[in-house]
Design a protein around this ligand. Structure first.
Ligand SMILES: NC(=O)c1ccc[n+]([C@@H]2O[C@H](COP(=O)([O-])OP(=O)(O)OC[C@H]3O[C@@H](n4cnc5c(N)ncnc54)[C@H](OP(=O)(O)O)[C@@H]3O)[C@@H](O)[C@H]2O)c1
Length: 368
């Protein structure tokens, strides 16, 4: 296998190192905008030097972002190359385009590292769905949010202090909005639902709310009531359809989710035979993530394409009701007062997210 590697940052360098020790594949060209010199690969600055190279059969995309990653990956598929990517925004954002192009061209497209970094989550969903119907996927999918919430819970920090600490330790970016507003988790949930349920979920029907409005007072109230706040994604089969949403969630203090520390992930699927199966580990990092990119390359070598068929388009129905902790000018039914916030009566998930969109300073967390 001759590989063109696009992107030579945290993940790209890890992939380069692992592949350079293998006999069954080699990286012949690396797309990198900086001046670098590599012992056994040619560094190039124009992606066309990779997509037009007929000796290259597989492209690894490790640049991130939507553009120009989409244009480069699309060009690679059009040129007849298999693609492995770690980019969840790309695969989620252009799911239809990339899957149909790969299918039409008879090419393999894999993206295991895109969800869970070093956890073999998508590849396990692929294996699992061969034997059973999956009924639920989700969990803690974003290490940055978990780090912030964990620091607030264990150390009593306020949101700003916990975010600053996460940034100093390299767990949060200078602009953390993709993580703290739940967008990264949302991408991962949609991709997981598509693979687990064999569908194409309409992204606009999956609501998301993040953690940026949580305060130290909220967290103290949760503690006093035996709860811990985590950013949790939920994708589920319902009677006749699907539901999917990402939101802060108050789990029981003794639950497995409550115990997830630092920047770790805990992702779970539920199946008819296997029942509940959870995966715990580093959701990011150079070598864990590169490890899964190389696993995908081995799968491409053995003929494996995407994890699930190009399924029917479906909409998520968010009529399911939950009780919420809300801090803000909530005027609906309440059942308890926790000091700085109240517990609502049952509210449809979609209605609560619509209310949050109209109240940008409020904070809400579903009770589980
Ligand atoms: N890091 C993780 O632990 C992790 C885990 C799971 C998934 N991922 C995913 O993996 C992807 C890469 O992440 P990363 O952490 O490796 O990011 P990174 O360290 O920022 O590396 C990306 C590299 O791609 C380069 N690049 C960007 N645009 C380019 C272009 N047009 N031409 C050539 N090179 C270009 C960047 O160069 P400049 O710096 O010069 O812009 C940078 O060196 C992302 O999609 C991310 O979501 C990362």
């Amino acid at each position: 296998m001759n590989i063109g590697l696009m992107g030579f940052g945290v993940v790209g360098r890890g992939v380069y190192e692992i592949v350079s020790k293998r006999e069954d594949m080699r990286i012949t060209k690396v797309l990198c905008l900086e001046d670098i010199s590599l012992p056994d690969a040619q560094a190039v600055k124009d992606y066309r030097q990779i997509v037009e190279d007929e000796t290259i059969d597989t492209v690894v995309e490790a640049m991130g972002g939507l553009h120009p990653a989409y244009e480069f990956v699309r060009a690679a598929l059009e040129a007849g190359k298999h693609v492995v990517t770690s980019n969840k925004a790309l695969v989620c954002g252009f799911y239809d385009e990339l899957l149909s192009l790969a299918r039409e061209k008879g090419l393999r497209l894999r993206s295991t590292a895109a969800v869970g970094g070093g956890i073999g989550w998508l590849s396990e969903l692929e294996r699992s769905r061969r034997v059973q119907e999956l009924t639920e996927v989700g969990g803690i999918m974003n290490g940055t949010c978990n780090y912030i919430l964990d620091s607030m819970t264990r150390l009593g920090l306020d949101y700003g202090q916990a975010l600053k600490q996460a940034q100093e330790k390299g767990y949060a970016e200078a602009n953390p909005s993709t993580d703290v507003d739940g967008i990264d988790t949302w991408h991962k949930l949609i991709l997981s639902m598509n693979v687990a349920f064999g569908v194409r979920v309409d992204k606009q029907t999956v609501p998301v709310s993040g953690i940026r409005n949580i305060t130290a007072q909220d967290v103290a109230a949760f503690k006093a009531h035996g709860r811990v706040c985590k950013l949790i994604s939920t994708g589920r089969r319902t009677e006749g359809g699907f539901t999917g949403y990402v939101q802060p969630t108050l789990v029981e203090a003794g639950s497995p989710e409550a115990a997830v520390p630092l920047n770790y992930n805990l992702i779970t699927f539920l199946g008819r035979f296997s029942e509940r199966m959870s995966f715990y580990g580093q959701g990011a990092g150079r070598y864990p993530t590169a490890y899964n990119v190389v696993q995908d390359l081995v799968d491409v070598l053995s003929g494996k394409g995407f994890y699930a068929p190009y399924g029917p388009a479906v909409q998520a129905d968010n009529g399911q009701t939950l009780c919420y902790y809300v801090r803000g000018s909530w005027t609906g039914e309440t059942t308890q007062d926790w000091g700085c916030g109240v517990i609502t009566g049952p509210v449809a998930v979609g209605d609560m997210h619509a209310w949050l969109a109209d109240h940008p300073d409020a904070f809400a967390a579903g009770l589980r």
